[in-house]
Design a protein around this ligand. Structure first.
Ligand code: MRU
Length: 352
């Protein structure tokens, strides 16, 4: 079964229920986010993670912004502006976060402008409806990405993925993994290799768990094993997700993805990126401008409870890297496929 990563429970006074991804695969537990502080923490600490899922969660976060407000719509709009700034400070790289916050905030402003006499309750209902729309659209985008992407997986292929770009990273059945789910539905048999994805192990903890739940066989490898497997001919294609794609097709994704793209190129293996249009940031020309999240040093200083780095040794922990468009064979979106991504092909594909 494909897991349901997040769900709004109740009406405007409801709450967001998430699978707590920090605990997987050992424990399956739901986490209730009832205010913006809890949601901010859930995003920051990766209880909910993956660009599209962060966006959907943030959309619902705007509903939470209004639950503490007493008074009229003007107060509501001020609370939304403040809450959006706050939620937007949780993580910098996945553009879906900002995209969703902006979209719901704009909806609230437009609603207020067009309905000057409406009540705060009516504003709340409009905001919840927009957050629900983002969630519904994300599910549909995942399905469409899978439909467009499955054709790249051929019978008997070995498919490598990095990090988790599956159901756990979206409201639907994922992006990169959606192609695998569709290929399986179409009766193809293939093997999946999941990079462990140091330091927070989204590949071994989450991708392997999710694929197992869906009945797809998966082999976990350390990140450092990719070159060997490629040389042995075990990998026929790579599919990853993305956190932000610049106008020229450069794509930020989990740290290590750039290295995998270089190895794929060196071995003549196609490298695909699967992402919805909400992951594109056409305001930036190239990947050089994508803000890269730096995370705490202690994330890479231990193995379980055992210290693995000498106290006071220098540690560098960027959470993402950028794969240049020239290393990407094609980008798969809900609209179809961008072959040889560059500024012209990206804009044409998105109709912008
Ligand atoms: O730090 P994370 O776990 O949020 O990083 C997630 C990724 O890098 C995913 O590959 C990306 O968000 C695409 S999800 C469809």
């Amino acid at each position: 079964m494909i897991p349901e990563t997040l769900k709004w429970i109740g009406g405007v006074e409801g709450y967001l229920e998430l699978i707590d991804q920090r605990l997987l695969p050992g424990e399956f537990k739901k986490l209730a986010c009832r205010d913006t502080e809890q949601l901010w923490d859930a995003i920051k600490t990766l209880a909910v993670r993956g660009a599209p899922a962060i966006g959907v969660a943030a959309g619902y976060g705007v509903v939470l912004c209004l639950q503490q407000v007493d008074g009229d719509m003007a107060r509501g709009l001020r609370a939304i502006a403040k809450g959006c700034d706050y939620l937007g400070s949780s993580r910098p790289t996945a553009v879906n976060l900002f995209w969703a916050l902006d979209r719901v905030k704009r909806k609230a402003e437009d609603f207020a402008a067009a309905n000057a006499k409406a009540s705060l309750e009516q504003l709340q209902a409009a905001v919840l409806a927009e957050a629900e729309a983002i969630c519904r659209e994300d599910k549909a985008m995942c399905q469409a990405i899978g439909t467009h992407g499955e054709r790249f997986i051929k019978e008997g292929n070995g498919v490598l993925t990095h990090c988790n770009a599956g159901a756990l990273a979206t409201a639907g059945q994922g992006t990169a993994l959606s192609a695998m789910y569709e290929a399986k539905k179409n009766g193809k048999s293939f093997s999946v290799y999941a990079d462990e994805t140091r330091p927070l192990l989204q590949g071994s903890r989450l991708t392997a768990w999710e694929l197992q739940q869906a009945g797809i066989e998966v082999t976990v490898i350390c990140d450092s094993m990719v070159a060997v497997l490629m040389r042995q001919g075990k990998i026929n294609l790579v599919i990853t997700g993305a956190d932000r794609i610049a106008a020229n097709g450069d794509a930020a994704n989990k740290i290590g993805t750039y290295g995998v793209s270089l190895l794929a190129k060196a071995h003549g293996i196609p490298f695909y990126v699967a992402a919805p249009s909400s992951t594109f940031d056409l305001d930036i020309a190239s990947g050089d401008e994508i803000p890269i999240e730096q995370r705490r040093a202690d994330e890479i200083c231990s193995w379980g409870t055992r210290q693995t780095v000498p106290t006071d040794a220098g540690v560098y922990n960027p959470a993402f890297d950028v794969t240049p468009a020239e290393n990407i064979t094609a980008i798969i979106t809900e609209r179809g496929v961008i072959e040889r991504p560059d500024t012209e092909n990206v804009r044409r594909h998105l109709g912008k």
